[in-house]
Write a protein that binds this ligand. Structure first.
Ligand code: SAM
Length: 266
């Protein structure tokens, strides 16, 4: 409540602030107030996210991140995603990359048919649930443990068809330590806006390589904000053949498709 009042008092002020001040105010607004309840590792990660939140990837002050709910019409149905920016930060809101990825998957739904799919860093799961609704063989929608309750809730509230619900599994996958729980290879690995914290890049690359076999297609939707984001794709390009397959000009989101270049010993 105090947080909300704080926000509403600040919004009218920001129009007259310099960019530096705006970024400073945003940093304050973007700090999850419940950080005290999280474990130390999570607090460290959130601090990292918080420091990233001051840069222009959230340059609109009245950002849709602050809405409690977002509504989309995708896969032939209305999808309502509950957001909790104040509690969970970046994982609990829908990013443009997820929307662009959903639209791409809708247009290319034949690539999903009967496939085993995994979504990495799913957040509130929009892209994974749309893939599930469009008709996959099976999809594992993954993120860090702390995100999973809200992720599950959003999926359950939007996916009513029993067949789709059976094919969608929500699983913990932190790129830094859960890989041993994933022994299967997937036909398709998808991710929206998961390339943004440099310290996670090596783990993310290892995760993608671990989940992929030579036929696996990796589809990543990204906003390229910094040189380091480009560098991630350069690193991915060392072991995967990489192509830009789509660019959404309005949202400034690129979709990359990658396939293992070097055949791993299976
Ligand atoms: C910018 S959000 C994108 C969320 C969602 N894909 C979307 O586009 O709406 C980045 C996501 O990556 C996840 N993430 C960050 N570091 C991670 C890690 N080490 N392991 C697994 N997921 C991670 C976050 O929890 C968050 O859900």
């Amino acid at each position: 409540m105090i947080y909300k009042i704080y926000q509403s008092l600040l919004f009218p002020l920001v129009a007259s602030l310099t960019l530096d001040n705006v970024l400073h105010v945003q940093k304050a607004l973007n700090t999850p107030p419940n950080a005290k309840n999280l474990d130390q590792k999570q607090i460290d990660l959130d601090k990292k996210m918080e420091s990233l939140a001051v840069v222009p990837y959230n340059s609109e002050i009245l950002s849709p991140f602050h809405f409690d709910k977002r509504q989309f019409y995708l896969a032939g149905q209305n999808i309502v995603i509950k957001q909790k920016w104040g509690q969970l930060g970046v994982a609990a809101v829908v990013w443009d990359a997820a929307v662009v990825l959903c639209e791409y998957l809708e247009k290319h739904r034949n690539m999903l048919e009967d496939k085993t799919v995994i979504e990495l860093g799913a957040g509130m799961g929009l892209a994974g649930m749309v893939a599930g609704l469009l008709g996959v063989g099976r999809i594992d929608i993954t993120d860090r443990e702390i995100v999973l309750d809200d992720l599950r809730q959003n999926i359950q509230e939007n996916v009513h068809n029993q067949v789709s619900l059976k094919t969608i599994q929500v699983k913990a996958l932190d790129w830094s330590h859960d890989l041993e729980n994933f022994t299967d290879h997937y036909d398709l690995v998808i991710g929206a806006d998961i390339v943004y914290i440099e310290e996670t890049f090596e783990d993310l690359l290892r995760t993608i390589s671990h989940l992929a076999q030579p036929e696996t297609e990796v589809i990543l939707a990204s906003k390229i904000r910094y040189k380091r984001d480009k560098d991630f794709y350069k690193m991915l390009g060392k072991t995967f053949s990489l192509a830009k397959v789509h660019y959404d000009k309005d949202k400034d989101i690129v979709i990359y498709k990658a396939k293992l270049r070097i055949h791993k010993e299976l």
